[in-house]
Each structure stands twice: as structure tokens, then as C-alpha cells.
Design a protein around this ligand. Structure first.
Ligand SMILES: [Zn+2]
Length: 308
């Protein structure tokens, strides 16, 4: 670890008098081995050219504070690296895959009255609806599906439509006849299962030409925005370099760079997402960690360069 010369020089009077702790003495000796300027200073101090510092404790405390700060900084950088690596591994080890449609994957069991709280959650009981019931569409879902995502919207013909997507983390094509129940409430006019390649109408009237689903390209737009933002802020930083406020441009530049790095870790080169919300939140989390990592690592680099 490189200690700034100014700190060493504050300590030299104490060092010359052998009034420092053994660890401090070792640090100073190591610095002196490599730094001719401070060796020169030491010989001046020893020759009595400079009077010893009056208050002996201040420079020592400053050195201790600086060492503590650097240890903390290194620990945070290490923790962020571990977090980024572990989360990236976790995301890919538990990647969600869409379960393709197959006969019997989901069956509509009919409409049933269900306690209000069962379908709307326990909070629904709070607003005076205790004991009330609501109509729900009951589905039997094969256990090959680990979870579902629903999107609700009004179709071209004005029908309330629910688009259902099933995901699995261990999608190995095994088909186990074991059902979970799922209740949709309120009952939609139309329910469609969306597999990876085709749609299956589960409930309601078919719509001519099928349901048009929005292309899930938002992640691609974010990448595009990040590339443009990185180019603009990177250029600004370059033009301002050396000036007082250039650190602001640098910090702005780190944000789109962190986003691009996070996108690459989570999605690789792909920008299409089947599970938009999950991917977006994962990228956001990674981007925040990478941003902190970039900022801290840059400060360490700057300090090294200044001290070298
Ligand atoms: Zn020095």
C-alpha cells in the first residue's frame, strides 16, 4: 500500500525519535526504501534542520484514519464483486423458460364462487367486504409449470382478455399429471395461453387473426438509449477532463456504462425478453452494483496515479 509522502513527512520527526508503534515504523521504513525525497527529508530532520512536530498525535491519527478508509473501500469493492458474480450465476442457474403449449397443460374447470379474500388477497377483507364472495375462473395447471405471468388488456373487439404465460426453471419436457389450482378473478371474457411459438385459446370467443401481443423489445430500446447517453456523456467528460467539474461528467458517464454491463451479464447479446419485469429488475439491480463498483474503483485508480 502506497502512503502519500505528506503523511510520511508529518511522521518523520516521531520516527527519528523512535516514538512510533512497530507497525507504523515498518510502514515508514518501507516507504523510505522506495522514496529518495523522503529519505532526504529524514536526514534533514535528523540533522535538526526542522523542529519536531509539536503535537505528536495529529499526524499519527491522520495516517490511521487514511488506512482505515482504504481498508473499508477495498472491502466494499470485494463485496460488490462477489455480489455481481453470485447474482449473475443465480440468474442463469434459475433462468425462466416459457413452457410450450401442449394438450392438457392447463384446463378450465369452470366458474366458482370464492371468498373475496382468497382471490383479492387478505387486504380486501379490511374494507368491509369480510365474508363476501366473488366469481372466479378456476384453472387446473399442470405442475410442469412452476409459475405464471398474466397480462390483462382490452382486445380489438372490446373483450377483457387475459394473456397467460407459464414458466419453468427445469423445463426438461417431463409431463407429470399433477395439478395446481389457479383462480382468475374477475372472470375475463377471453383467456389465452401463450407458449413460445403459438397461442392457445382457453376460454371465451376466438378473435379473428388471433391476439396481437406487443413485441417485448423494451430492453433493446434501453440499450440504445444507454449507448447514446454513454457516447454523449463520454465525449463531455473527455472535453472537460482536467477541469474542476469533470468528475460530474464522469459519474454521469458511468451510469449508462453500468447499464450496458448489467444488460450483458443478464441477457448476453439478446434484447428480447419473455419475462420483461424479471429481466428489467435484474438488470437494474446489477447496474446499481456495477455503478458503485465503477465509481469506487475509479477513485482507487486516481489515488494510485496521484501517489505514484
Ligand atoms: Zn515519500
Amino acid at each position: 500500500m502506497r502512503i502519500p509522502c505528506a503523511m510520511i513527512r508529518d511522521l518523520l520527526p516521531l520516527y527519528a525519535e523512535k516514538m512510533v508503534a512497530p507497525e507504523t515504523e515498518a510502514l515508514i521504513a518501507a516507504h523510505l526504501d522506495e522514496c529518495a525525497a523522503c529519505r532526504q527529508k529524514l536526514s534533514e530532520v535528523e540533522a535538526g534542520v526542522e523542529a519536531p512536530a509539536v503535537d505528536a498525535s495529529k499526524p499519527l491519527q491522520a495516517l490511521k484514519r487514511e488506512l482505515r478508509r482504504r481498508r473499508r473501500c477495498a472491502a466494499v469493492i470485494a463485496a460488490l464483486c462477489v455480489f455481481v458474480a453470485v447474482y449473475t450465476w443465480f440468474y442463469h442457474a434459475n433462468a425462466w423458460k416459457m413452457v410450450p403449449w401442449e394438450e392438457g397443460l392447463i384446463e378450465v374447470a369452470g366458474i366458482e364462487e370464492r371468498p373475496y379474500a382468497d382471490v383479492y388477497g387478505q387486504e380486501a377483507d379490511a374494507d368491509g367486504s369480510r365474508g363476501a364472495t366473488a366469481e372466479a375462473l378456476i384453472l387446473r395447471v399442470d405442475s410442469r409449470i412452476n409459475g405464471t405471468q398474466e397480462s390483462k388488456f382490452k382486445d380489438d373487439d372490446g373483450a377483457d382478455t387475459v394473456l397467460l404465460r407459464g414458466w419453468s426453471t427445469n423445463n426438461r419436457g417431463r409431463f407429470v399429471r399433477d395439478y395446481n389450482e389457479m383462480a382468475l378473478c374477475p372472470v375475463p371474457d377471453r383467456l389465452i395461453y401463450e407458449g413460445s411459438d403459438r397461442q392457445q385459446l382457453l376460454w371465451g370467443e376466438p378473435l379473428d387473426g388471433g391476439v396481437e401481443t406487443l413485441p417485448r423489445l423494451a430492453l433493446g430500446y434501453y440499450v440504445l438509449i444507454a449507448v447514446v447517453a454513454a457516447a454523449v456523456s463520454g465525449t463531455t467528460w473527455f472535453l472537460l477532463r482536467g477541469r474542476d467539474k469533470s468528475w460530474m461528467a464522469r459519474q454521469v458517464f458511468f451510469a449508462p456504462m453500468a447499464w450496458l454491463g448489467a444488460h450483458f451479464l443478464i441477457k448476453g447479446g439478446r434484447t428480447v425478453s419473455d419475462f420483461m419485469e424479471r429481466d428489467f429488475l435484474s438488470i437494474l439491480l446489477m447496474a446499481a452494483a456495477l455503478y458503485a463498483l465503477l465509481s469506487l474503483a475509479w477513485q482507487v485508480l486516481l489515488r494510485r496515479r496521484k501517489e505514484a
